[in-house]
Design a protein. Structure first.
Length: 173
């Protein structure tokens, strides 16, 4: 009898680990999506609004209105110098894209963004930029609704999964 009790507790504990791990992973993904849309999207939206679509119409971060926000400038600069989708969308005539590969035995040449570095979003990337980095308040509302629904599913799974497990066990007895 005590062995059965131990197995049930261990399986409940394992179920909790699995359910909360999945929940945490999905919530982190939702929060990263909101971060990309709102934090990184600020600069993209300002470039789109200003019509910076070519090297001739490119703007500096100060001209786009990020002059006061040091943290936002740092985050945006790191994203532009990275190798992700943000670096593919936001371009600069002052920085080569893609970054040059180092020659054998050399270090990667440094790429630096200063106050005079100008940025634009090419015409062929504008639609992608709008889809990825604009969205209004409905994105946050959907994120909160999604987290609430996932939380409800997580709590329900503690009742449903053991019942289904017992049902399948009884089918094969």
């Amino acid at each position: 009898m005590s062995a059965d009790l131990f197995v049930v507790k261990a399986s409940d504990q394992m179920l909790g680990v699995v359910v909360w791990s999945i929940f945490a992973g999905i919530v982190i993904g939702i929060l990263l999506s909101v971060y990309h849309k709102y934090v990184l999207g600020i600069f993209v939206r300002r470039l789109l609004e200003a019509g910076a679509s070519s090297e001739g119409s490119a703007l500096t971060m100060d001209e786009a209105g990020l002059g006061k926000f040091r943290l936002l400038r740092l985050i945006t600069s790191r994203a532009i110098l990275g190798s992700g989708s943000y670096a593919k969308i936001v371009r600069s005539p002052d920085l080569p894209y893609p970054p040059p590969l180092p020659k054998k035995g050399e270090k990667t040449p440094p790429r630096k963004i200063d106050a005079s570095t100008r940025f634009y979003i090419p015409h062929d990337m504008q639609h992608r930029a709008e889809l990825t980095y604009t969205g209004g308040a409905r994105t946050i509302i959907w994120a909160l609704i999604s987290i609430a629904v996932l939380l409800a599913i997580a709590f329900l799974s503690f009742y449903i999964v053991p019942a289904l497990s017992e049902m399948f066990a009884n089918m094969f007895r």
